[in-house]
Design a protein around this ligand. Structure first.
Ligand code: SAH
Ligand code: SF4
Ligand code: F3S
Length: 470
C-alpha cells in the first residue's frame, strides 16, 4: 500500500528524469466482461482515459455505457475545484449501491483526487467498497493491479514523480484529432492551484519520442494533434530543449493542424510567437489564462506577471499572428478580492475582447497557500461577480463570432453533432465550434464552410467545398 503525501508531492529537489519503456504482458482475464469509464477534469485526464481504455481492453474487457452491466467501473477524477470532487462523491454513492451483493463488480478510482491525502483518508474511513485507488503517476500499473487476486482494498498512489513512461498505448476517442503529451506536472505553484501536488514536478518527454508519435499519427491518417502540458512554455527546461524548437519540429512533420494547451503568460517567448506566425499548420489560437486583472491579486496568486505585461504580450500576439483568437481563464473571489480588484479584471476583458473565457469562483484546495489566506468576501458577492463577468465575457465571444457571419472559413470536420445527428461538427483554425450542414463524406476532412448563424458558444454553417491543397 502506498498513500499520497503532500510533502513528497511538493518537493522539487532536482532529479534526473527516469525514462521507462513499458513492456506489455497482459492476460485476457476479463474476456466477456465489460467496463464503464467516466472521466472528469481537463484534457490531461481525457487523454489518460484513452490509456486506461487501452489497458482495460488489453485485459479482454469491452466498453459499456450502461454501468449496471459493467464488471469494472473506473472513475478518472479531477480535484481542481470542490464541485469537481462533489460530482465524483455523488457518483460513488451510486457505485456503492450497485456493488451490493456482487463479487464481480470492481470499482477503481484514478486521477487527481487519488493524489489528495485528505480524500484518501476519507476513502479509508468511509469508502471501503472501492477496490483500487491508483495515482496519476503510476496509472500504467492498473493492468497489473487488476490481474492480481485481492481481497482487501488496494491503494497504490505515489507522490514522487520522476518517471516518464514511454510506449504507452492509447485507445483514442478520435481517428482525426489526437492528444499528445509533451510534458507532465507543473512547477509554477500558483497559490490557489492543486495541480503541482496532484501531477508532480515538471518533466519533459524527449523531443524525438514526441516527433515519432506525431509522425506515427500522421501516417495513421490523423489531421490534427494537440500538444499537452500544464504549462507548455516550460517544455524542455529539464532536458536542454525549448518549446519553440519542439513546435518548429512538429510543424515540419507537415501534419495538417497543430494546437497546444496550456500556455502561461509568463515566459511566453518571442521565439514562440515567431514560430507560431511562421508555420501555416500551427493554428492561430492561444489559450492564455489571465486569472485576474489586478496586480495585487496576481501577486498573491504567484502568477509572475502584471496586468501591463499581460496586455503587452496580448497585443504582440495580435499584431504578429494574423487572425489569432485568444481565450482565457478567470478566477473571481480570490481571498479578499475587493470590488476595485474585480473591476480591474472587467477592464482587461473590455480591452482584450476575448474570443472566449472559462470563468470560475475561487475554490479552497487543502494544502495550497491560498487555502490559508484570510477571506471576508461572501459567497453571495462572489456569485454576483461571476454573473457580471459572464455577461461581459459572453458579449465579447458573441461579438467575435458575429464577425464570421456570411464568411467562408476552413473547418476540420470531426463527426456527427451530438445534439443533432443530421448535422456535423468541427472547428475553425481559431478553435470555434461549427455545426455544419453537409454530407457525411466530409468527416475527417478540412473543408470550406459558409457561416450562416453566430451565437456566443458556437456557429452554424453550410458546407461549400473541399479545401484546395497546394
Ligand atoms: N495549467 C493551466 C490551468 C489548469 S487548471 C494554466 O495554468 O493555465 C484550469 C483553470 O482552473 C485555471 O486556469 C484556473 O482558472 C482554474 N482554477 C485552478 N485552481 C482553481 C481554484 N482553486 N479555484 C477556482 N479555479 C481554479
Ligand atoms: Fe495550476 Fe498555475 Fe500550474 Fe496552471 S500554472 S497548473 S494554474 S499551478
Ligand atoms: Fe483536474 Fe487534475 Fe486536470 S485536478 S483539471 S484533472 S490536472
Amino acid at each position: 500500500m502506498h498513500l499520497p503525501d503532500l510533502n513528497v508531492a511538493k518537493s522539487r529537489i532536482k532529479k534526473e528524469n527516469k525514462y521507462i519503456n513499458l513492456e506489455e504482458n497482459y492476460q485476457k482475464i476479463f474476456a466477456d466482461k465489460k467496463y464503464f469509464l467516466r472521466t472528469y477534469g481537463c484534457q490531461m485526464n481525457v487523454h489518460d482515459s484513452e490509456a486506461i481504455r487501452s489497458y482495460l481492453e488489453s485485459l479482454g474487457l469491452t466498453n459499456t455505457e450502461n454501468i449496471e452491466e459493467a464488471n469494472v467501473v473506473v472513475l478518472n477524477t479531477c480535484a481542481i475545484r470542490e464541485n469537481a470532487r462533489d460530482k465524483v462523491i455523488g457518483f460513488l454513492g451510486k457505485c456503492k449501491y450497485l456493488k451490493k451483493n456482487r463479487d464481480d463488480f470492481k470499482i477503481v478510482l484514478a486521477g487527481c483526487m487519488s493524489e489528495q491525502p485528505d480524500f484518501v483518508d476519507d476513502i479509508l474511513k468511509n469508502h471501503k467498497y472501492i477496490d483500487i485507488i491508483i495515482g496519476t503517476h503510476n496509472i500504467y500499473e492498473l493492468p497489473k493491479l487488476l490481474m492480481q487476486e485481492f481481497k482487501k482494498q488496494v491503494i497504490e498512489v505515489y507522490s514522487n514523480s520522476d518517471e516518464i513512461v514511454e510506449g504507452m498505448h492509447y485507445e483514442r476517442d478520435s481517428k482525426i484529432s489526437a492528444w499528445v503529451n509533451i510534458m507532465y506536472g507543473c512547477d509554477k505553484f500558483c497559490t490557489y492551484c492543486i495541480v503541482p501536488y496532484t501531477r508532480g514536478r515538471e518533466r519533459s518527454r524527449k523531443l524525438e519520442s514526441i516527433i515519432e508519435e506525431v509522425n506515427d499519427l500522421k501516417n495513421k491518417g490523423y489531421k490534427e494533434v494537440t500538444l499537452l502540458g500544464q504549462n507548455v512554455n516550460a517544455y524542455g527546461k529539464d532536458i536542454g530543449e525549448t518549446f519553440s524548437h519542439l513546435l518548429e519540429c512538429v510543424a515540419k512533420t507537415n501534419i495538417e493542424r497543430i494546437r497546444f494547451v496550456t500556455s502561461h503568460p509568463w515566459n511566453f517567448t518571442d521565439e514562440m510567437i515567431n514560430v507560431i506566425a511562421k508555420y501555416k499548420n500551427i493554428m492561430p489560437y492561444i489559450h492564455l489564462p489571465i486569472q485576474s486583472g489586478s496586480d495585487e491579486i496576481l501577486k498573491r496568486m504567484n502568477r509572475r506577471y502584471t496586468k501591463k505585461e499581460y496586455l503587452e504580450l496580448f497585443h504582440k500576439m495580435k499584431e504578429k499572428i494574423p487572425g489569432i483568437a485568444i481565450t482565457t481563464d478567470i478566477i473571481v473571489g480570490f481571498p479578499n478580492e475587493t470590488r476595485e480588484n474585480f473591476e480591474e479584471t472587467l477592464d482587461v476583458v473590455k480591452t482584450c475582447e476575448f474570443d472566449g473565457a472559462f470563468t470560475f469562483i475561487f475554490s479552497k484546495r487543502e494544502g495550497t497557500p491560498a487555502a490559508k489566506m484570510e477571506d471576508t468576501i461572501s459567497q453571495e458577492e462572489k456569485e454576483e461577480r461571476l454573473q457580471e463577468l459572464n455577461k461581459l465575457v459572453n458579449y465579447y465571444s458573441n461579438k467575435s463570432n458575429q464577425k464570421l457571419l456570411g464568411k467562408v472559413v476552413e473547418v476540420l470536420v470531426l463527426g456527427e453533432s451530438e445534439k443533432n445527428k443530421e448535422k456535423l461538427y468541427g472547428y475553425t483554425d481559431t478553435y470555434k465550434l461549427v455545426n455544419i450542414e453537409g454530407p457525411k463524406t466530409i468527416i475527417g476532412k478540412i473543408v470550406n464552410v459558409k457561416i450562416t448563424d453566430a451565437k456566443s458558444f458556437s456557429l452554424d454553417g453550410e458546407y461549400v467545398n473541399e479545401k484546395v491543397t497546394n
